[in-house]
Design a binder for this molecule. Structure first.
Ligand code: PCA
Length: 170
């Protein structure tokens, strides 16, 4: 779950990761970790965490300030185009995430079943065809690239809407 960014003091993604950290779901221990919202730091931090924890499932979470439903991301693209500066002031425009890398990676999460399960719980959820072109998309791309030779590890990216106290963000 990402740290707050864009002048916000809270990120629901980190609140979820923080809350679940140390818990156990169906006998599976959950580890919640924080990613910096920086183009330079997020993927290296994620890679270090993957090496340390060797997870069997990775749910990367970020805030999508202008969405009103939980967005189950389908695809990460090899492209960065930041609308605002990241937390270190960097604002790459029209650059690949990885030079010479594949144009895109797809999620390994069963996103349509997950959307249905969330609907049954009464939660707003949708499958999304774009994780944007900011740090979340970069991390999603970096996650799937890091796991490309470990096909048994389930992994993907979920964007969360703002918390009620945040209102809609742009
Ligand atoms: N959301 C941003 C980056 C960090 C976060 O939580 C995004 O959608 O790219």
């Amino acid at each position: 779950g990402f740290e707050p960014f864009g002048g916000e003091c809270i990120n629901p993604a980190w609140e979820v990761a923080r809350t679940l950290n140390g818990s156990c779901i169906d006998g599976v221990p959950i580890i919640g970790e924080q990613l910096p919202c920086t183009f330079d730091g997020a993927v290296p931090t994620l890679q270090k965490l993957l090496r340390r924890h060797k997870p069997c499932l990775v749910l990367a979470l970020g805030l999508a300030g202008n969405r009103s439903a939980i967005s189950l991301e389908r695809v990460a693209i090899n492209w960065m185009d930041a609308r605002i500066p990241d937390n270190a002031g960097a604002q790459p425009t029209d650059l690949p995430v990885k030079d010479g890398g594949p144009a895109a990676y797809f999620t390994r999460l069963p996103i349509k079943s997950l959307a249905r399960l969330l609907h049954v719980q009464g939660l707003p959820a949708e499958v999304s065809a774009s994780a944007g072109s900011f740090v979340c998309n970069q991390v999603f791309y970096g996650l799937m690239a890091a796991l490309r030779r470990r096909p048994a590890v389930l992994a993907g990216f979920i964007h969360l809407p703002p918390l009620p106290e945040q209102g809609m963000l742009h």
